[in-house]
Design a protein around this ligand. Structure first.
Ligand SMILES: Nc1ncnc2c1ncn2[C@@H]1O[C@H](COP(=O)(O)OP(=O)(O)OP(=O)(O)O)[C@@H](O)[C@H]1O
Length: 845
């Protein structure tokens, strides 16, 4: 009887509660719809359905008023009289906690549904999503990949360190939003799988208490509402409890379903996974809108006035925007050097070009000098140098290397070190330690050195790479005080062999890190708290990659703004001081011609020590590569290698000599012994004749005879130049012994080599092999008899062996040669002179 009475009592209470709710619901609907509420429950359910449909219709997106939560559908509430869509308030300080985590597939689906719907109800760019998913390693978010590519969904945190960093960033976002009191974007933080540790949970709970101004919305799965669940009271959070089949929804904050605190009395069937097509189309729409919204131009970052800023304490420029705020970065005591990472095509070059124009617009060329080095094929810095079509240049540019050789890079670094030395002397003279203390009349510009694709410079572990690392380390260490700043950019900052064990010392000096897409490694081994997902964005960290200091920045596309940029360059070029020189330019792809060489044009008859010009040195000044052919022993020229360039080098050498003698003062004997050289030999002969000198053309037998004569009696009859195209082709002839004198041609050749220079006789020869050359000399003990060497495609190891040098680094390339002057102990990489129109790399492929 007692049990019956109790059951009856419960039924009455339940009925009363249901009736109260019903009345309240009718009153509410009345207010909402301004229409009388239907008497029958089925009609009421249908009305609720229509209301919800109206609130979540596709025409409704982006209409959510700022600061208001979005009504987001989670599924269908099921009653005996039908179903109606259940909407929950999310965003603007309203959160959701779910009893199970995303390892329950229904929860994973729900989270994805909520992310999509929340994004769909807000304007593009107004919500950014980040996820925590340690138990499922990010699997929950995989189906949302298109959103990641659209730059709306950040990287998912799966490790303790990543979660810590993500929470750091979320808290920083909340603080910034509260302080700025401005509705920039909302952060949707989704905790998908596994209950967070108490510490993290406490931090999440604090975020739910932070209020709407914090602009953070937390979706927290795996948070059982009742003990034994973790006891971290959440603020402004609707709870959702799952049983075997249904979800049970608690009261939304501030708008309870009833007054007894038990939430919605009817169960809810959760919605299924959204179709991939819907994800893709939403992502496409958001990405397009984000791009449109984000349009940022180079001109937006430029100062109103040119060259008005002082570089004494450092250089600064606006590189882009974070949200709507301009982001200024500096080369100063705190961030003297920058490290920039990003995969190929991530926008590195564009970012650097933005920075360079930004600096060039702010500081005059007297305050700022640019040394630009690019190691890749492409056009990174070509716009800063004059060309035939466009004579303008950036007056700040002092040296520019395009498609630079590593040797050129090294030459630039050495030159920078010399500059450091000069500055150190100046500082000493003035008794100062800081650039800012130099008196105005002794002021020097700050130097920004950009090395794009610097890993090429450090490739391998050869002597060059090691020296480059040493130089970079020294420049980075001392540069801060002397106003020499480095920007190292690369697609990979790890795995550079020459840096093993030294990366930390070197990069430790680079306090400013810029991570473009795929370049997160520059931020260090920890996870990025924000990631640059799309081209045109970068994560900037001014604390050497320390967690919590990441800032996502958008920067403009200087390539797309080519007209704005060209206008600026012309403006700056026009304003350059009178007589300001253009930059020294090294173009790695450009062949060298005697005809374009200023040093060749300056040659005049009557030179005391005539010299041969053979190419352009790969150095900062692009100085001419030359050998003096004086009376010293060994002053002959050997060009060695099978490459046809050998004949071109001989041509340049002979023509340059012809310019240094008055007519009649020198005799040229040409021996074209290989067919490949015939045309060039004819051309050389014509050139020499045009300069007024007698030319004799001989064959192998004639050469044998002439060598014999000259060896027997070098005489003293002015100058004689023996120019032999393909000396090796005369091998058999020279090997024969004269039956009368018992001397072979080789004997005479060696005698001539030894005595010739003292009597004004010099041999200029092209040998097509190092072995033949060494044999003709009579072994390596005679190697000093020809002291001037231009090595073409000769393996570095063989050359080292011939020269008796152990640490020679030379890798033959089509349009490069190694100049070796044994007397001056000089080796230098050169671009050998070729006849205009000839491209070694085309011919020798
Ligand atoms: N801020 C930007 N907004 C939109 N597009 C950009 C932006 N920056 C770069 N891009 C585009 O990305 C492409 C690649 O840029 P960039 O040449 O700078 O890449 P990179 O990292 O230097 O690549 P690589 O190393 O292959 O030369 C260009 O076509 C450029 O127009």
């Amino acid at each position: 009887m007692g049990r019956l009475a109790s059951a009856y009592g419960q039924a009455v209470t339940a009925h009363r509660r249901a009736r109260d709710r019903w009345i309240r619901a009718r009153a509410l609907l009345d207010r909402l719809a301004g229409q009388p509420v239907p008497e029958r429950t089925v009609d009421l359910v249908a009305r609720l359905g229509r209301l919800a449909a109206g609130l979540t219709a596709p025409t409704a997106p982006a209409t959510r008023p700022p600061g208001e939560p979005a009504p987001v559908r989670v599924g269908d509430a099921t009653t005996a009289d039908g179903r109606f869509p259940l909407l929950l308030p999310l965003g603007a300080g309203r959160h959701l906690a779910i009893s199970a985590d995303a390892r329950d597939p229904r929860v994973a689906v729900l989270l994805r549904v909520l992310v999509l719907r929340l994004l769909a109800t807000t304007p593009p760019g107004a919500v950014r999503v980040v996820g925590i998913d340690p138990a499922a390693l990010g699997a929950t978010f995989l189906p949302l990949r298109p959103l990641r590519e659209a730059g709306v969904l950040g990287a998912t945190a799966t490790t303790e360190a990543e979660i810590g960093a993500l929470l750091d960033a979320a808290e920083a976002h909340a603080r910034a939003a509260q302080q700025a009191d401005r509705d920039d974007h909302e952060l949707l933080l989704v905790v998908a799988a596994s209950v967070p540790a108490p510490r993290e949970l406490a931090r999440l709970a604090a975020l739910t208490h932070a209020g709407p101004a914090a602009a953070v919305c937390v979706l927290l799965a795996g948070h059982p509402a009742a003990p034994p669940g973790p006891a971290a009271p959440l603020g402004a959070t609707t709870t959702l409890r799952l049983d075997e089949r249904y979800a049970w929804v608690g009261d939304p904050p501030g708008h309870p379903f009833g007054d007894d605190g038990t939430g919605l009395a009817v169960p809810v069937l959760l919605d299924g996974d959204p179709p991939q097509e819907a994800v893709r189309s939403l992502a496409g729409r958001l990405a397009a809108a984000v791009r449109r919204d984000a349009a940022l131009h180079v001109a937006d970052l430029l100062p109103e006035w040119r060259w008005t800023e002082s570089a004494r304490a450092g250089l600064r420029t606006v590189v882009g925007r974070a949200g709507r705020e301009p982001v200024t970065l500096a080369f100063d005591d705190a961030t003297p050097h920058w490290l920039v990472g990003g995969r190929t095509g991530a926008g590195k070059t564009v970012f650097l070009v933005d920075v360079l124009y930004g600096l060039a617009a702010r500081y005059s060329p007297a305050d700022l000098q640019l040394w630009l080095l690019d190691f890749k094929e492409g056009v990174s810095f070509t716009e800063f140098v004059p060309t035939e079509r466009d004579p303008s240049f950036l007056p700040h540019a002092r040296t520019v290397g395009v498609e630079s050789d590593r040797e050129y890079g090294l030459a630039v670094l050495r030159e920078l070190r010399r500059e450091l030395g000069r500055r150190a002397e100046e500082f000493k003279r003035h008794g100062i330690t800081k650039l800012a203390d130099l008196p105005a009349d002794a002021a020097v510009p700050r130097i920004v050195t950009v090395v794009d694709e610097f890993h090429v410079l450090l490739a391998g572990n050869d002597r060059l790479a090691r020296e480059a690392v040493d130089l970079l380390e020294e420049l980075a260490r001392k540069g801060r005080s002397y106003g020499v700043h480095l920007v190292l950019a690369s697609q990979s900052t790890t795995g550079v062999e020459a840096l093993y064990g030294r990366a930390e010392t070197l990069f430790g000096q680079f306090a400013l890190r810029v991570a473009l897409p795929g370049g997160e490694a520059v931020l260090g081994p920890r996870a990025a708290t924000v990631t640059a997902g799309t081209v045109g964005t970068a994560v900037v960290n001014t604390a050497a990659g320390a967690p919590g200091a990441d800032l996502l920045v958008r920067f403009p596309d200087a390539h797309a703004d080519a007209r704005q940029v060209a206008r600026l360059r012309y403006e700056l070029w026009d304003d350059r001081p009178e007589g300001w020189p253009p930059p020294a330019v090294f173009r790695g792809y450009e062949p060298a011609h005697l005809e374009d060489e200023p040093a060749a044009a300056a040659l005049r008859p009557g030179a005391r020590r005539p010299s041969v010009l053979v190419g352009r040195t790969v150095d900062v000044a692009g100085s001419p590569a030359r050998f003096a052919l004086d009376a010293g022993p060994g002053r002959h020229l050997a060009v060695v290698g099978t490459a046809a360039t050998g004949a071109h080098v001989l041509r340049a050498a002979a023509l340059s000599l012809a310019r240094q003698h008055a007519p009649g003062e020198a005799e040229f004997v040409l021996a074209p012994l290989v067919e490949a050289a015939d045309e060039l030999a004819d051309e050389t002969a014509a050139g020499i004749k045009a300069a007024g000198h007698p030319v004799t053309v001989i064959d192998a037998a004639g050469l044998r005879g002439r060598i014999g004569e000259l060896a027997a009696d070098p005489g003293q009859r002015g100058r004689t130049y023996l120019v032999v195209f393909g000396v090796d082709a005369a091998g058999a002839t020279l090997a024969r012994t004269d039956p009368e004198t018992f001397r072979s041609g080789h004997d005479d050749l060696r005698a001539l080599l030894r005595q010739g220079p003292g009597h004004g006789v010099h041999l200029l020869g092209w040998w097509r092999g190092l072995r033949r050359f060494a044999d003709d000399l009579g072994g390596s003990q005679n190697r000093d008899d020809v002291a001037c060497l231009v090595a073409l495609n000769v393996p570095g190891a063989d050359l080292g062996l011939h020269l008796g040098v152990t640490d020679l680094t030379y890798t033959p390339r089509a349009d490069r040669a190694l100049l070796v002057d044994r007397h001056a102990q000089r080796t230098a990489l050169i671009v050998p002179f070729v006849r205009p129109g000839y491209r070694p790399e085309d011919e020798e492929r």
